[in-house]
Design a protein around this ligand. Structure first.
Ligand SMILES: *Cc1c(COP(=O)(O)O)cnc(C)c1O
Length: 404
């Protein structure tokens, strides 16, 4: 079905069409000069020396774990509230995901306070995911990783363009750990269709990531094409995780629009929060809203990528009822995400318990439409429909604000 107001929409125009035409006319479609330029421009935007473009965000995570030497017997601490890619890629390298708890329903990112309890002598790395484009508590998490010599991987797929202030100055998502991973899938803030990026400050990790991206080969087709190399060696058992120049050309145009579009997302988010504030007295939670009203440990509202607009219903029943009501009104919603340890393939066996808040969040979360070309009138329409649905079949007397 097509929706009156979709969950997300592209900001594509003549610039993207011209970029694709430029590549077609140049007749070099696979990884080449557009990709090199995209990588340089992306690295500059994140503020790191290295960015390596790849076929998608999942490939980025896989290469991150491989480059860090994570393998069989190792454990990787990561949030249970996440897309499944990080957990799947942990399994792909033969390691075990250990799921950590979120801070709360209003801050559904990995709680630093629970990380040390999950550690064993097998723990090799921590993965953070900046849910919705809002930073995890990175000062504390970086300190824990430093203290215990753990690698830190940012799943920054929601957070392209997000910036936070540290005592050492401001830094972008993807520059705060050993490796940052990005996705440019069609619903993300920077869209190429399929596509991804790996960022790092470390030369050794960058060398390994680049090598594993293309079969472990010592030279690229593009270099041989230009006569820079005649043959190649295979240095490691690699993959084909290359992006191509059509996607990279799209990425370069989208990167130019990123700051403007993220600013627009922040404006629309502020409008949503203003309109939906009354739902809090009905037991609803507006995650991250406190960022706009009070002191926050690390990130500031002005720095978020505002990728998602999550709202947490008072109970699972209200979640389904309101999602259905919005659907009938032509408004698309989604759930970010189902609880990973609840999936058949994960089946709770890796869980060390203490995930009550994550479970509740996953049962009650709804994500509302948010995209840079959205109008204020569309935000109003979504808010009116949600408020009406939240008030229908009104058992408000029995709802006490959650202690979570
Ligand atoms: C989109 C996404 C991924 C996976 O990216 P793909 O490009 O679809 O492979 C991983 N983690 C998070 C948090 C995501 O949102």
């Amino acid at each position: 079905m097509s929706f009156l107001i979709p969950l997300s929409d592209l900001d594509y125009g003549a610039e993207e069409a011209a970029a694709v035409r430029r590549v077609l006319e140049g007749k070099w479609l696979s990884m080449g000069p557009e990709t090199g330029a995209f990588e340089q421009e992306f690295a500059a935007a994140v503020g790191v020396p290295h960015a390596c473009a790849v076929s998608n965000g999942t490939a980025a995570l896989h290469l991150a774990f491989l480059a860090l030497g994570i393998g069989p017997g190792d454990e990787v601490i990561q949030p249970a509230v996440n897309f499944v890619a990080s957990a799947n890629m942990t399994k792909a390298v033969g390691a075990t995901p250990i799921f950590g708890e979120i801070v709360g329903l209003d801050e559904p990112t990995l709680d630093p306070a629970g990380i040390e309890r999950l550690m064993t002598p097998h723990t090799k790395a921590v993965v953070v995911m900046h849910y919705g484009g809002y930073f995890c508590r990175m000062t504390e998490i970086r300190e824990i990783c430093r203290k215990h010599h753990l690698a830190l991987v940012e799943d920054a797929c929601h957070a392209v363009g997000a910036k936070c202030s540290l005592t050492s100055g401001s830094a972008a998502a993807g520059a705060l750990g050993d490796i940052g991973c990005f996705s440019f899938f069609s619903n993300k803030n920077l869209v190429t269709g399929e596509g991804g990026m790996v960022t790092t400050r470390r030369d050794d990790l960058n060398d390994r990531i680049r090598n594993l991206r293309s079969h472990g080969m010592s030279t690229l087709t593009w270099d041989r094409h230009r006569g820079h190399a005649a043959t190649y060696d295979v240095l490691a058992h690699g993959y084909n995780y290359r992006i191509d120049d059509l996607h990279s050309a799209l990425g370069r145009e989208q990167l130019k629009k990123l700051e403007r579009n993220n600013r627009r997302r922040r404006e629309l988010t502020a409008l949503y929060w203003q309109n939906l504030a009354s739902l809090e007295s009905l037991g609803w939670t507006l995650p991250f809203r406190k960022l706009s009203t009070s002191e926050f440990p690390l990130s500031t509202f002005s720095s978020s990528a505002c990728h998602l607009l999550p709202v947490v219903a008072p109970d699972a029943d209200a979640r389904w009822r309101c999602a259905e009501a919005l659907k009938s009104a032509g408004i698309q919603t989604s759930l970010h995400y189902p609880f990973i340890p609840g999936f058949t393939a994960f089946a709770c066996k890796e869980s060390r318990g203490g995930l009550d808040k994550s479970i509740v969040f996953c049962q009650r979360i709804i994500t509302l439409p948010l995209f840079p070309t959205m109008t204020e009138a569309q935000v109003q329409a979504v808010c009116e429909a949600l408020i009406a649905a939240a008030h229908s079949r009104q058992p408000s007397a029995s709802i006490t604000p959650s202690a979570l």
